[in-house]
Design a protein around this ligand. Structure first.
Ligand code: SF4
Ligand code: SF4
Ligand code: SF4
Length: 348
């Protein structure tokens, strides 16, 4: 029954997305004359940045954005994102406040997703950073979201992913663990990691060759958060949207585990000395597998009765720390003793 409801929900969203295409056309026709002069000014003033020409609610660079940005800017939205991530980083350190993770995810989903239309976001910020490094003339404020997450992740772990990210939140709330779970075994995990690396290399090559953010035009998250599809790429976006929604039901955060470039980069930070990691704080571990069973993102996996953690994948949710009966797990700092990849085994 639940499954049917969820499929109905997905069909409804897709239908709404397609049907609002006409509204968009009407909207653009109505506003073309009125806004033509403003557009000229806008285009002239933004020649140096990567302008997305599509219809989004929040994007300050979109030609038809619907939010009055007089109260804010990319800088404001970035500051809110980074402040929430720091708050989450503090909350995850305490057992009581760890219970509020879902509330933080809902805030991220509603504010950055449905209110802000998922644009700008940390993925566009990552792509702008690549373009900036490659010598393109990019507005510096658009780099701050991605760059700001790097030191925060170093201090607190990937709390942005586990606690605030609207894209992660959407996938996590859709996930139905009781349905048949797939993409879970170790071999599949390795294949997904290889796909991720291939995709990030492909993305960087595309950015360097084309010099623009093509991803914005086929982004399925923008389609759902704006309840509409992009004008010229509706077929690709709708296919990706349906794939995303259905795969999220059966697999925990499939986009995070297969595509997101920001998740990969933030994961590498766990290898820097002094970075925040999850590891064994005492030798009380009895290799009971409670932690691996509770880790939905599969940062902790089980092989031959021994659990392994790979902090590159950890989203700092704190669930394994709460689940461990022996209180063996804790947030630690990466050092020669505390490695980002650890074995949880019996010590006696
Ligand atoms: S991996 Fe990417 S999409 Fe997933 S939670 Fe992290 S930043 Fe968001
Ligand atoms: S760390 Fe804790 S939950 Fe994980 S295997 Fe060891 S005792 Fe069990
Ligand atoms: S290792 Fe622990 S803190 Fe990290 S994602 Fe898995 S359950 Fe959450």
């Amino acid at each position: 029954m639940k499954f049917c409801l969820i499929l109905t929900f997905i069909s409804l969203i897709t239908f709404l997305a397609i049907s609002q295409e006409d509204d968009f056309k009407a909207y653009t026709e109505d506003t073309t004359i009125v806004q033509s002069n403003e557009f000229k000014t806008f285009e002239e003033s933004t020649d140096n940045i990567s302008v997305c020409s599509h219809y989004q609610k929040g994007c300050p660079y979109a030609q038809n954005n619907l939010i009055d940005w007089s109260w804010g800017s990319t800088l404001t939205i970035t500051a809110i994102a980074l402040a929430l991530t720091i708050i989450a980083g503090i909350m995850v350190r305490y057992k009581t406040t760890r219970n509020f993770r879902n509330i933080m995810l809902i805030i991220g989903l509603v504010f950055f997703g449905f209110y802000n239309g998922a644009c700008p976001c940390m993925i566009s910020s990552f792509q702008n950073t690549i373009l900036y490094v490659a010598g393109y003339d990019i507005d510096w404020t658009s780099l701050l979201w991605f760059l700001g997450l790097i030191p925060i992740t170093y201090v607190f772990g990937k709390v942005w992913c586990g606690w605030v990210c609207h894209l992660g939140a959407l996938q996590e709330f859709l996930y139905r663990p009781k349905l048949h779970s797939w993409l879970t075994n170790e071999k599949t995990g390795k294949i997904l990691k290889i796909i991720r690396y291939i995709l990030i290399i492909a993305l960087i090559i595309q950015l360097l060759i084309m010099g623009n953010i093509f991803w914005c035009k086929i982004d399925p998250f923008k389609a759902i958060f704006n309840i509409q599809l992009n004008v010229h790429y509706e077929v690709v976006a709708s296919i990706l949207l349906v794939l995303l929604l259905i795969s999220s039901l059966f697999s925990f955060r499939p986009f995070c585990r297969t595509i997101c470039p920001v998740g990969i980069i933030l994961g590498w930070i766990s290898h820097i000395p002094g970075a925040s990691i999850v590891g064994l704080k005492s030798k009380q571990c009895i290799s009971c597998k409670l932690c691996s069973e509770t880790c939905d993102i599969h940062a902790i996996t089980r092989r031959k009765n021994i659990s392994y953690i790979d902090n590159k994948e950890c989203i700092a949710c704190g669930d394994c720390i709460d689940e461990c009966n022996k209180c063996s797990l804790e947030f630690l700092r990466k050092s020669s003793k505390n490695k980002p990849v650890q074995i949880f085994k019996k010590w006696y």
